[in-house]
Design a protein around this ligand. Structure first.
Ligand code: 6R9
Length: 655
């Protein structure tokens, strides 16, 4: 695990090779610095030029940035375009037969779709959706396995101006139901099931269960893609098989032009309160940044094979699977399975088989693959690799070095990309043909991105110090609002403590003397488990929702070698505090409960039972104390205000 000491003592620097610099889209530090200066000199002009050169506009915009209703910024808002047109139609004349998606199924079966295929499939599904009455501005929930069809589903929505909300296939029926209600979805696109690691996982039955929970009556159509062939219930009048829905549909579908601010998608993510936030993204600004970061950070070249391993249920799968790679016209790999099936060489074999040039994954995957087979990459021919990427959580220098030397053969720059669901795309990251790398640092902000580190009152702490990460100027792909809750948007991201002026990322960070950023982790009650965001309050709410068993619960994170952080729950039961087998049995029950309420990723790794929780006189749970207990640290805090210090001994007992 990365410790503060190992990070602070990091002195290794890895400059890009001359060959890398020479061939790069942004070539050398001077080029990067010139772009930063240009953005500083003429902020709006910088963005306007890029937006005109990069996107295909149906109606050109005249105003670049509207700050009149800050922090509800508007970018290019009087321009009109369509995201799916920008991703597909633009390639029809120039490279219709180029492979857009090379899909590898869990069992290794390969399916390819060219840009022309993808275009026709998107158009047919878009026509089917239209036929079902889905219109511009309607919300469609997508609950799909990794597949060509998942990309089609998202782009078909974009094509007709419907706003999609993808829910990760590992989330529970309850999560689906909550999101259907919050987004006001009128249609759902799903599959019968999916295969992962040789196992079949049901999806449609989860949708049925979500309906059974109630409140989903607004959904009048469910489209079901047949993936596993398992028997599923189809409700007449509501459920349609995908293949039936598209069967007689025309192969073309005129795109619905929307203004640049039109919501392309809503993606739910965890915040510091119990209720997930529907992060709303725009069409124009979002797509612009997806394309620019593909070119700048992944240095996309016409013959590249790009592979981002993220699921489309996360923002990384939105920007760097569905939209970015298609808009820039690259060939990408989409993978259904897991990195360790049939063995821990799967990623390396796929890189070899498909001659992947740019590979983008998460530190948690890297750590698990180091554990499973540190020498495995050497058995494969990974010479096609040019750039490696990392996302989702800080990458510890040890894992960085392994990725760099063993996977990249010490010749591939690692782009450690810091960003969030809310930022739409990379914000702080190295450029492969410019930035000298330091293991564990996401280096410097991209041109046009104005980041800083401030103290609690919003004042800059200066170079070489730590504090709170903020973004001082708006950027095109930023979150526009929280769906249906603009007040929460303002409070969460533009709080008054920072004069309401800076975007608060929710991360702690520091810079070194060279201005290199290091992310220290969340400063709010959000955990990062295997690169997935989870709110501690969300898990607490789920636990206490078990009103038969649970009286009270507090959830904290603790460091974990494999998953970065692990969920640790302190639980007070309604009955007596259980011990021995009884405690194990109830812990198992509670884990299953959380899986049902939220999803398996939120399942507490540790569960500890107490007669009570440590509280202050005013009744506040002393979470800092719980964090120390969870880590196994000795307690140095003042505990004199505790109601009942004896419970600390109980809570120290891990099952
Ligand atoms: C893209 C994504 C966002 C949070 C973010 C931060 C952490 C992401 C990181 C990183 C250090 C990186 N994070 N990338 N921390 N280095 N390269 O992951 O979005 O799921 O919204 O998570 O993840 O804490 O605030 P999201």
């Amino acid at each position: 695990m990365s410790t503060i000491e190992s990070v602070l003592s990091e002195t290794r620097v890895f400059p890009p090779s001359e060959t890398m610099v020479k061939q790069a889209n942004i070539s050398g530090m001077a080029a990067y610095e010139a772009m930063c200066k240009e953005a500083e000199r003429d902020f709006e002009g910088f963005w306007a030029k890029l937006a005109r050169e990069t996107l295909l506009w149906h109606k050109p915009f005249t105003k670049t940035l509207d700050e009149s209703n800050a922090p509800f910024f508007r970018w290019f808002h009087d321009g009109e375009l369509n995201a799916s047109y920008n991703c597909l139609d633009r390639h029809l004349k120039t490279q219709p037969d180029k492979v857009a998606i090379l899909f590898e199924a869990d069992d290794g079966k390969i399916t390819k779709a060219t840009y022309k295929d993808l275009y026709h499939r998107v158009c047919q599904l878009a026509n089917a959706l239209k036929g079902m009455g889905v219109k511009k501005g309607d919300r469609v929930l997508i609950y799909m396995p990794m597949s060509i069809e998942a990309v089609c589903a998202m782009q078909a929505c974009a094509r007709i101006g419907a706003t999609h909300s993808v829910v990760f296939g590992g989330f529970s029926a309850k999560s689906v139901q909550e999101r259907v209600i919050d987004a006001g979805a009128i249609a759902i696109i799903t599959a019968d099931g999916q295969f992962r690691g040789g196992k079949e996982i049901a999806l449609k039955p989860v949708i049925d269960e979500a309906f059974a929970l109630g409140g989903c009556d607004g959904v009048t159509n469910v489209i079901v893609y047949q993936r596993t062939g398992s028997q599923v219930a189809m409700q007449r009048g509501r459920d349609t098989w995908w293949h039936d829905a598209v069967k007689d549909q025309p192969l073309d579908c005129e795109p619905t032009w929307v203004d640049a601010e039109h919501p392309l998608f809503i993606l739910y993510t965890s915040g510091s309160t119990g209720k997930p936030k529907g992060v709303q993204h725009s069409t124009g600004g979002y797509l612009l940044w997806a394309m620019l970061t593909m070119r700048w950070v992944f240095d996309t070249k016409p013959n590249d094979v790009f592979w981002c391993t993220a699921d489309v249920g996360w923002v990384t799968g939105h920007t760097y699977v569905c939209y970015g790679p298609t808009a820039v016209g690259t060939t990408q790999v989409v993978f259904e399975g897991v990195p360790t099936y049939p063995d821990a060489g799967r990623f390396w074999k796929m890189i070899q088989d498909h001659k992947v040039n740019v590979f983008y994954t998460a530190p948690t995957a890297i750590r698990s693959l180091i554990k499973a087979g540190p020498d495995l990459p050497k058995k494969y021919d990974l010479s096609s690799l040019r750039i490696l990427g990392s996302v989702g959580e800080p990458i510890n220098p040890e894992a960085w070095m392994w990725y760099y030397t063993t996977v990249g053969n010490s010749k591939c720059p690692i782009v450690d990309t810091w960003w969030q669901t809310e930022t739409g795309g990379h914000l702080i990251t190295p450029l492969p043909g410019a930035t000298p790398l330091k293991p564990g640092s996401c280096t410097m902000p991209l041109p046009g991105i104005v980041t800083d580190i401030v103290d609690e009152t919003g004042n800059s702490v200066g170079r070489g110090k730590g504090g709170i990460l903020v973004i001082k100027r708006p950027w095109p792909s930023m979150i526009r609002t929280i769906w249906g809750d603009p007040e929460r948007f303002k409070k969460s991201y533009y709080p008054e403590d920072f004069k309401g002026k800076y975007y608060l990322a929710g991360d702690g960070a520091s810079t070194d003397e060279d201005g290199y950023y290091r992310i220290m982790g969340r400063i709010d009650d959000v955990l990062n488990v295997s690169g997935h965001r989870l709110g501690t309050m969300e898990i607490e709410s789920a636990l206490v929702a078990n009103s038969k068993l649970v009286a009270e619960a507090a959830v904290v994170g603790r460091p974990d070698d494999l998953t970065g952080e692990a969920v640790c729950a302190f639980v007070v039961l309604k009955g007596a505090r259980p011990t021995g087998d009884e405690a194990l049995k109830i812990a198992k029950e509670l884990r299953e409960w959380v899986t049902k309420e939220i999803g398996a990723i939120a399942k507490p790794k540790d569960i500890r039972f107490g007669d009570n929780l440590p509280k202050t006189r005013s009744g506040k749970i002393m979470r800092r104390l719980l964090r120390s207990i969870a880590k196994g640290e000795s307690i140095t805090q003042d505990v004199s205000t505790l109601e009942n210090p004896a419970i600390l001994e109980q809570l120290k007992q891990n099952l």
